[in-house]
Design a protein around this ligand. Structure first.
Ligand code: ADP
Length: 719
């Protein structure tokens, strides 16, 4: 078979054949049927069982002839042919050749199929690669598209941001600008509110606004009367010669005069010049741009304000409205100043009127009081008359008290009250006040209790004034508590303070009135039945006097009908208590207990009513009275008649009471007569002045019978 070109592998048994079949591929198996051990059929059965070898054609070789051999078995086992021994070489070669050729063809077909498969695979792979490439390309495109969009969006966003930043910057600078403007307006407003007037006011506004707007020239005119000439009140950036020329403008004259007459602003700048006539804004000033505004308040032109520059420029709307705003503010401030001035003047006149009123009301009270005293002494037997007189006397006392309060308030508000602090004990002070209120407390059947510290408390106060404070509080407690009420005065030391309170169980105060009751003329429900007659002055006096002493007063109440409590806190003097120095007048009454002898008295008074009633009163007490109605005759009478006592009115025409005392004291023999001053005021400074002029004592009109007796007793006992 070698010339068939085949590779022949020989095996000597079925086993070996099977082993060889495992190792390599064969085109044909020539299998001997008769073999020791495993025969050809068995071997073929095993070959057919293996997947790898199942299809290899098998040609059985047998020594038996066709009839003897089980040919069909062989074919069942997949044999393709039989070769019968003795082998005919040509047959063998032909048959083998056929199978070899078949194998080769099969191989070729397989190879071709393989090639085809490979080609198909390659084509498939190519297509796959192409599809993938296409897919990737489209992915890439999509990606690129997306990125393009993103970058577009980013670009847009960036532009937007840039725009926003720009807008923000613009807004910020606008804000900055408007802040500066607002600040300027606010500054101007606060400067104006500080209440300077005219020139300084315009000066400060000028300077401020010129700096802000970069304007070199400012001119402020004020008109004293409406529509009158304008006077240059404030200016900057002009020469002295120019100032002289512009000092006064008649209505309608120059830009300011026109603005004042027409009551309209006048603007000339680059913008206006472009549309209108050539700039002629005060050409002598060399101004290229100018804005002039009228200062108008309540329809009245108070003046004008002009702002200018020598550089040609256009005023923005903002700048114009800023200038307008400032001018409006100036006008309002000037009007406000004018009103405040008018109010102050009215207030001053009111104070003067009150002082005058009190003074004038006080004078007629003196003779009325003295007259009542005369009646009371003459009509001792007549009960009805006595009661009427007592009632009239109470009314006069009440009126005197009101007038005194009015006088005090007007003197305090005009700063005319000076305190004369001395060292006094708390007990004396409280006693004085309680005594003063005794009549109203007993008349209204109140129960008054007083608690004071057991140790002596020294105060450094003006005794008259502090007594007045405590008496006012007690008086109010009695007034604003229904009959049969309870009033408690308590005073104690708290640290460096004296705390004195007056509590009552009366009508009480609403919370909103607790602070207000201390204000001038304030009364809760004036005119209602709560009002008890008064002018709303008492607590004002209390507060002013306490504050003048460095103290503080407050009111407390649980509400209406729950009573009230007024508390005064006063600083206590530092260091050990100084020696007791109570004004001698206070204690004088106690020292003069014994009966008074009839006296020779000269009465000097220019008011005939007062003179007559006082004379009657003195004569009722058994004194011998001479009269004088002016200073000169008074001096002459004292020196010629040498009366024991001279009662001298201070307010005499020409030669006043002080002068009379001085002349008497300066004359030979002028020291024998006791001199008593009669004044309208009970203020310590009046007393002091009287004593300095040479008086021995001082009585306040209207003079009561008791006061008169006490002073006379004291003087004559001392003599
Ligand atoms: P006046 O007593 O003359 O009206 P005041 O200044 O003394 O003036 O008091 C002001 C007002 O305060 C009074 O009108 C009264 O309404 C109220 N007031 C003062 N003291 C008391 C008090 N103890 N209880 C209730 N109300 C009071």
């Amino acid at each position: 078979m070698e010339d068939l070109g085949a590779n022949v592998v020989a095996a000597s048994s079925g086993d070996e054949a099977l082993r060889l079949l495992l190792e390599r591929d064969f085109a044909l198996i020539l299998l001997d049927v008769q073999m020791p051990g495993m025969d050809g059929y068995e071997t073929a059965t095993l070959i057919r069982m293996r997947e790898r070898t199942r299809h290899i054609p098998i040609i059985f070789i047998t020594a038996f002839n066709r009839s003897e051999v089980n040919v069909s078995r062989g074919y069942e086992l997949g044999a393709v042919d039989y070769l019968f021994k003795p082998i005919v070489p040509e047959v063998l070669r032909t048959k083998v050749g056929v199978f070899l050729e078949l194998h080769r063809k099969k191989e070729e077909v397989r190879r071709q199929a393989e090639l085809l498969r490979q080609a198909e695979t390659r084509e498939h792979e190519r297509q796959l690669a192409e599809a993938r490439a296409h897919y990737e390309r489209s992915l890439l495109q999509q990606e690129m598209e997306r990125e393009r969009k993103v970058s577009e969006a980013l670009e847009q966003r960036a532009q937007e941001l840039a725009r926003l930043v720009q807008e923000k910057e613009q807004a910020q600078s606008a804000l900055h600008e408007s802040n500066a403007r607002l600040r300027l307006l606010a500054d101007t407003a606060s400067r104006l509110l500080k209440g300077t007037d005219g020139r300084p006011l315009l000066d400060s506004v000028h300077q401020h606004i010129s700096e802000h707007l970069g304007l070199e020239v400012c001119l402020g005119y004020l008109s004293r009367e409406g529509n009158g000439p304008l006077e240059l009140t404030a200016h900057s950036g002009i020469s002295p010669t120019m100032r002289e020329r512009l000092e006064r403008l008649e209505p309608g004259q120059g830009v300011a005069g026109k603005v004042a007459t027409e009551q309209r602003r006048w603007v000339l700048d680059a913008g206006a010049a472009a549309n209108g006539p050539a700039p002629d804004a005060a050409p002598e000033l060399g101004l290229a741009a100018l804005a002039c505004y009228p200062l108008i308040s309540q329809g009245r032109v108070l003046g004008t304000l002009a702002f200018g520059t020598r550089t040609m420029r256009t005023f923005t709307e903002d700048e114009l409205s800023l200038m307008q705003g400032v001018c409006d503010q100036v006008a309002v401030a000037m009007e406000r100043e004018r009103l405040i001035g008018a109010l102050r003047e009215a207030d001053r006149r009111k104070d003067e009127f009150l002082a005058m009123l009190a003074h004038e009301l006080r004078n007629p009270l003196a003779p009325v009081r003295s007259a009542l005293e005369v009646f009371r002494m003459r009509m001792k037997q007549d009960d009805v008359l006595q009661r009427t007189i007592a009632s009239a006397d109470r009314q006069v006392a009440h009126m005197t008290r009101l007038v005194d309060d009015l006088l005090d308030v007007s003197r305090i508000t005009r700063g005319k009250v000076e305190l004369k602090p001395v060292s006094v004990t708390l007990t004396d002070l409280v006693e004085g006040a309680v005594q003063a209120c005794e009549p109203i407390i007993s008349q209204r059947h109140h129960e008054l209790s007083v608690s004071l510290p057991s140790e002596t408390v020294m105060l450094n106060v003006d005794p008259t004034r502090m007594t007045q404070v405590v008496a006012n509080l007690l008086h109010n407690a009695a007034k604003y508590t229904p009959s049969g009420g309870r009033i408690h005065l308590n005073a104690e030391r708290q640290g460096n303070e004296l705390v004195l309170s007056v509590r009552d169980n009366g009508i009480g105060l609403r919370p909103d009135m607790l602070h207000r009751v201390f204000d001038l003329f304030v009364q809760v429900d004036p005119g209602s039945d709560r009002a008890q007659g008064g002018l709303g002055l008492g607590l004002t006096l209390v507060r002013r006097l306490v504050e003048m002493h460095g103290g503080h007063v407050s009111a407390r109440s649980e509400g209406l009908s729950k009573g009230s409590e007024f508390t005064v806190r006063l600083p206590l003097p530092a260091g050990p208590a100084p020696a007791l120095a109570i004004p001698h007048m206070v204690k004088a009454a106690a020292a003069t207990a014994h009966k008074l002898q009839p006296l020779h008295i000269l009465l000097v008074e220019d008011n005939p009513d007062i003179r007559e009633t006082l004379r009657d009163l003195l004569e009722l007490h058994g004194h011998r009275v001479e009269e004088a109605s002016d200073g000169r005759s008074a001096v002459a009478l004292v020196l010629s008649q040498r009366p024991q006592v001279a009662l001298v009115d201070i307010g005499l025409p020409e030669l006043d009471g002080y002068k009379v005392a001085e002349l008497v004291r300066a004359s030979a023999g002028g020291s024998d007569t006791r001199l008593v001053a009669l004044t309208g005021y009970g203020h310590p400074e009046d007393r002091k002045r009287a004593l300095e002029a040479g008086f021995d004592a001082h009585l306040v009109k209207p003079v009561s019978s008791d006061d008169l007796s006490q002073v006379l007793k004291k003087l004559c006992t001392a003599a």
